[in-house]
Design a binder for this molecule. Structure first.
Ligand code: RB5
Length: 142
């Protein structure tokens, strides 16, 4: 699967770990930066990943900042993006099954890398179930 990943300086470390893990799992990873721990502005990276998801260039996006909050705020302002900030596997699974999330947001300063990897794994393995949930998504997608 083709997946875009982006981070600010607060998420750089976890982004590097997750990009390598995604590659190991056989995914094609588009790394939108940033490329160091030098201070940058998270909206720039959130929007790059959103652009790729919205254009169909990638199937999913993953965004990492210190808390995941700023990334999720920016991403959810974009029409067609459903970004889920998840700190646990259950939320990650449900964000796919019920909310058809197309971007996963994570907090590097909140999660250990092992937990973050498990969240990403659960998120990627879960499928949208549709039905009544599709109707609800349409209610906020116009
Ligand atoms: C950067 O210090 C931090 O504010 C950012 O990574 C993120 O947590 C914002 O939501």
């Amino acid at each position: 699967m083709k997946i875009a990943i982006g981070a600010d300086h607060g998420g750089f470390g976890l982004k590097q770990i997750l990009a390598a893990k995604l590659h190991d799992w056989g995914h094609e990873v588009v790394d939108c930066g940033c490329n160091s721990t030098e201070s940058v502005d998270y909206p720039d990276f959130a929007n790059q990943v959103c652009d790729l998801v919205l254009s169909g260039g990638v199937r999913f996006g993953i965004l990492v900042c210190g808390t995941g909050i700023g990334m999720s705020m920016v991403a959810n302002r974009r029409k067609g993006i459903r970004a889920a900030l998840c700190n646990d596997e259950y939320s990650a699974r449900m964000s796919r099954e019920h909310n058809d999330a197309n971007i996963l947001c994570l907090g590097d300063r909140v999660l250990g890398s092992g937990v973050a990897e498990s969240i990403v794994d659960a998120w990627l393995k879960s499928e949208f179930v549709g039905g009544r949930h599709l109707k609800r998504i349409k209610m906020f997608s116009e």
